[in-house]
Design a protein around this ligand. Sequence first.
Ligand SMILES: C[S@@+](CC[C@H](N)C(=O)[O-])C[C@H]1O[C@@H](n2cnc3c(N)ncnc32)[C@H](O)[C@@H]1O
Length: 258
Amino acid sequence: VLPDSRVMKLIGIGAGHPEQITLQAIHALARVDVLFLTDKGEDSADLLAARKAVCAQYMQSRPHRTVVIQDPARDRAAGDYTGAVRAWHDARADVYEQLIEQHLGAGECGALLVWGDPAIYDSALRLLQSVLARGRVSFDYEIIPGISSIQALAARHRISLHDIGQSIHITTGRRLSDADFDAHSSVVVLLDGRCAFAALTRPDLIIYWGAYLGTSDELLIAGALSDVSEQILAARADARRRKGWILDIYLLRRHGGP
Ligand SMILES: C[S@@+](CC[C@H](N)C(=O)[O-])C[C@H]1O[C@@H](n2cnc3c(N)ncnc32)[C@H](O)[C@@H]1O
């Protein structure tokens, strides 16, 4: 890194538990000049507030500027999912490009905070890379890994993610119907706004479900999928009503594995 070049750090800040942040992340936060905080609208006001709390705790030692990024919304009604996501990423790249150019000075360090780990179902890295690929702004970038919601789920349920010597399949609710439980006895599902687990009819599945992991609102349910599916649907709907948003994740495991 040249002394006058700009650096963007993608900092994983854990899935929600205030102590699940690494020393590397804490040290990186202490060296930030410009913090870019994303605001994705009303229902994530709590998440923005939680990010600000992390910063307040670890960024006192050095004066820094904060830039709130109004993240463009995705067109959720669009029929072409991949096309809509691509258009949304372009619109976001425009915004990030402009703000980095405008607010990050030569030799300065900027940061984007990412829930969990930046390498798992998070678009910030691709976004920074597409901003760089456009060639209008230049900066170096670095990634600070974090504790993912996948690890937080396993820890809270006191389970291993996989059966002995077996593989794990990590996927989204949208793709759960493609999962092959005979090939992978354990399947972890993130980003499931539509409760895809409720459509599974295999009688041999166990589910370990967790919502708002690491926070004071945390919910945990585990059991045979056929027994607890309704209970999870009800707990999820109730929590969503109360808080206005939900973050949940689960692991499905075929019983009778080795
Ligand atoms: C955009 S992905 C980000 C994943 C994140 N990078 C990670 O490593 O955990 C968002 C999804 O992560 C899961 N998630 C993140 N934090 C969570 C938490 N505290 N409790 C439960 N699920 C969480 C949910 O499945 C949510 O839909």
